[in-house]
Design a protein around this ligand. Structure first.
Ligand code: C2E
Ligand code: MG
Ligand code: MG
Length: 774
């Protein structure tokens, strides 16, 4: 390209042309002379001859001129047609064209350039070309211009133009440097629109970089399933380089863990829905298995036929391992690796269902070690733990496949022995278990020995039984074994149990006892261990039995729990507690008292009215002196009702506490709805917390939760000073338990309160901790 439009040349054959012209003019004059009148006289003739010749010459010239004019006119027409053609070509060229002068000003520009810049071509004239070039590309343009004409010159340069609307467009620029007639330098420039190509290039660079740098492994196959592309993450996850897998089938990643039906399902979903999401195991090049979560999509061409499959996958092996670890943590005792209470409950349910189905017997064995406390106290917890591990192993060894040995916590275990045809068949198994627990074990370089007391019960029984009842029976039998001298087993006697229950704890007997005033309340103090004062007392019912002495509530409350008597007795407790508060108040002791409310009592529709009536009998008391404790389990049974009830009592000034908290597995959503003032952590977590780190975590969780819900938290079952100190460190200052005081008759409480002092170690513990919950 030279930048110059070719101009049409006029005819150059002038010599030949004028000869021909003259000949044509001569011929024309001769033809005209034949038509002139002739002259006879000689002088006239001579003169006439000269004039004639001159005329002839003139005529020839005139005609010659006319012909020349005609020729010129035609040439001019050709010329202007050629010029118009040239301008059309110039203006409509598929690229922007322009020339600049020695100052870089645009002299002329075609319409295409105007269109490229979003302006009219006329408006470009007199402007500097640079002003249309993006700032970032100005340097490149100057460098390009400077090297024009050098042998090593780049033929083109790519840069971005700034358009009128502020956008940018990529062009390829090609220039030629010339000297004009005055010897001044000029540039002829052509600018080709390459915007689409550049953007497509950028897109594909981006796509390629995303493909290569994606965290997920990517594998693309053709429709026939051969691998056509993989990325770097693919290599990282699978161990295969791209070259090793291109052209091969993804089958090479198969772990062998999934059967043909797995892949059949995958393919059918892929064909049906166009994509499939699945978790699967694959095999690494090294042979190891790894888990991936993977999405496979079918890519269809414009015709609709599948062209490729694209698989995106991430390695989730660690996640799966974590999940398995969590599952293990939830179901197994971390010390002995035996199933925990939760898994035991599941296994026991299964074993009961199976026993019923197969018509076989099932033995549930409650096992409590004898003398284990002495090992702990004498040799330290470390050795105690080793001992438990060794014992768990020794006892597990005696079990058959399918039997379960679980650790409930501390030194308590439960064995479930299934598939028995008779009670006698269980005997040797139980004997082995007993012997295993009593064998000397080598622990931490010394030989240690304990024994166990076993309580055994069987399933099915004449009465319908659930898993909890079975465990309670076995526990009761174990207690008998202990009483009988330990290191032995005791079989639960269902018949004897029934007769004892029937005789002593009949509904009628309890109703009579209530009428005879045989029930009494004992009071267990609740204290703030750090502030050092008594914050209240819990009223706990006892039966002062004329023959059997003081009976705990576990003996009689379960008998009446589904009966109207439970409500009557419950109201007696509230009334009695209010009387006691009033009596103390009159002596100058103002002490809040909490009362336990049974599930049935709580379900009453008119609970609040009845409570109001009871409160009205003691108008001298501030209602805030009465607190109500409901079991977490009964509160969530009918959450809507209990929520309303708690709110109504709150309006009366009566606070609620959630008792035995942690045993009901309440979800947070439930808890949030219950407007209780206090959470009372169940004593099972508190009791074992010094030995069991899991319990500490649970306590931390509950205390944190109480803080989040803005309610107080109190720990029950604080049996030692050490328990108290740890609770303080965890941020729980309120406590109740044998370590502080056992439940006592009302008359004993004022003296106890006067004498009580918090342990000095508690104050020290309080120095190192977070603020209390609540
Ligand atoms: P609770 O409401 O959780 O009461 C705490 C129980 O734990 C009481 O047993 C108490 O004596 C016992 N306890 C307190 N500190 C310790 C400790 O440090 N270690 C141990 N191992 N135990 C401790 P109690 O009096 O036998 O009451 C048992 C359950 O009977 C109560 O549990 C409560 O649910 C129910 N109960 C007691 N009195 C009443 C009542 O008047 N009405 C109703 N509905 N239920 C009652
Ligand atoms: Mg309670
Ligand atoms: Mg409790």
């Amino acid at each position: 390209m030279n930048g110059q439009a070719a101009r049409p040349e006029p005819s150059s054959d002038t010599e030949a042309g004028s000869t021909a012209l003259r000949q044509r003019a001569e011929a024309a004059v001769h033809a005209a002379a034949g038509a002139l009148p002739s002259l006879d006289l000689p002088a006239r003739a001579l003169h006439a001859q000269g004039a004639e010749a001159a005329l002839h010459e003139l005529q020839v010239h005139q005609i010659e001129l006319e012909l020349q004019n005609e020729e010129l006119r035609r040439t001019q027409q050709d010329l202007s047609e050629a010029r118009a053609r040239y301008f059309d070509l110039y203006d409509l060229a598929p690229m922007g064209l322009c020339s600049t002068d020695e100052h870089g000003l645009i002299r002329e520009a075609n319409m295409s350039l105007g269109r490229l810049l979003g302006r009219s071509s006329a408006s470009l004239c007199g402007q500097k070309l640079e002003q249309f070039i993006c700032c970032g590309d100005q340097d490149a343009y100057h460098r390009y211009r400077l090297q024009l004409g050098l042998p090593s010159a780049a033929p083109t340069c790519e840069l971005r133009l700034c358009l009128e609307d502020g956008s940018m467009r990529w062009v390829q620029l090609q220039a030629v440097a010339l000297l004009d007639a005055r010897g001044q330098s000029q540039l002829r420039l052509a600018l080709m629109d390459i915007d689409q190509r550049k953007r497509a290039e950028a897109d594909s660079v981006l796509a390629a970089s995303m493909f290569d740098h994606a965290g997920e492994g990517i594998m693309v196959t053709c429709a026939q399933g051969e691998i056509v592309a993989v990325n770097q993450a693919f290599t990282r996850i699978t161990g295969y380089q791209a070259a090793e897998v291109l052209g091969r089938n993804p089958r090479l990643l198969n772990s062998g863990r999934h059967g043909p039906e797995f892949f059949a399902h995958m393919w059918s979903q892929l064909q049906r829905e166009g994509s499939v999401q699945l978790d699967m195991w694959n095999r690494h090049k090294s042979g190891n298995l790894y888990a991936v979560t993977q999405t496979i999509s079918a890519v269809r061409g414009t015709g609709g036929a599948i062209q490729n499959y694209v698989g995106l996958f991430s390695d989730i092996t660690q996640l799966q391992e974590q999940e398995a670890r969590l599952l293990r943590l939830n179901h197994y005792d971390p010390l002995t690796q035996l199933p925990n209470r939760l898994l035991l409950a599941e296994r026991l349910q299964q074993a009961m269902a199976q026993a019923q189905l197969q018509g076989r017997l099932l033995a549930v064995v409650f096992l409590d070690l004898d003398g284990f406390k002495a090992v702990n106290d004498g040799h330290g917890h470390e050795v105690g733990d080793q001992m438990l591990i060794a014992l768990a192993e020794a006892m597990s060894f005696t079990l058959r496949e399918g039997d379960t040995l679980a650790r409930l916590g501390g030194d308590e275990f439960v064995a479930v022995l299934g598939d028995l045809t008779s009670v006698a068949e269980a005997q040797p198994l139980l004997q082995h278990l007993l012997s295993a627990s009593a064998q000397p074990l080598s622990v931490a370089g010394q030989s240690l020995q304990v024994s166990a007391s076993l309580g055994v019960t069987f399933f099915p029984q004449d009465e319908e039984m659930d898993a909890d009842q079975l465990l309670r029976q076995a526990d009761q039998a174990m207690y008998q074994a202990k009483l009988a001298g330990k290191n032995r087993m005791h079989l639960f006697d269902a018949q004897h149990d029934r007769s004892v229950r029937g005789h002593h704890e009949s509904l009628q007997g309890i109703a009579q006892a209530l009428a005879a005033g045989e029930f009494v309340l004992h009071f267990q103090p609740k204290v703030d261990m750090v502030a050092g004062h008594v914050v209240g007392a819990e009223a706990l019912i006892r039966w002062q039995h004329p023959q059997r002495g003081l009976l705990p509530p576990a003996v009689f409350l379960p008998v009446i729990e589904d009966h109207a008597l439970a409500i009557e007795l419950g109201e007696w407790v509230i009334d009695q507690a209010l009387r006691q508060i009033a009596a103390w108040q009159s002596e100058g002791l103002v002490l809040p008292v909490s009362v336990n409310i049974g599930a049935r009592q709580l379900q009453q529709v008119d609970f609040v009215e009845r409570l109001q009536r009871l409160l009205a009998r003691h108008a001298e008391l501030a209602p805030g002196l009465l607190e109500l404790e409901v079991l977490e389990t009964s509160a969530i049974e009918d959450i809507a009702h209990v929520t309303r009830l708690i709110a109504e009592c709150k309006a009366l000034g009566v606070r609620f506490a959630l008792d035995d908290f942690g045993t009901g597995y309440s979800s947070l959503t439930y808890l949030k709805r219950l407007p209780v003032a206090q959470l009372k952590i169940d004593q099972s977590f508190v009791r074992d917390m010094l030995d069991n780190p899991v319990d500490i975590s649970i306590l931390q969780g509950v205390i944190g939760m109480a803080r989040a819900f803005g309610c107080e938290v109190i720990a029950e079952g604080v049996e030692t000073v050490e328990h108290g100190a740890v609770l303080i460190q965890l941020g729980c200052h309120l406590a109740q338990g044998y370590g502080i005081a056992r439940p006592m008759p009302a008359g004993d409480l004022p003296a106890w309160m006067a004498a009580w002092r918090p342990d000095t170690s508690w104050l020290a513990a309080a120095q190192v901790v977070a603020p209390p919950a609540g």
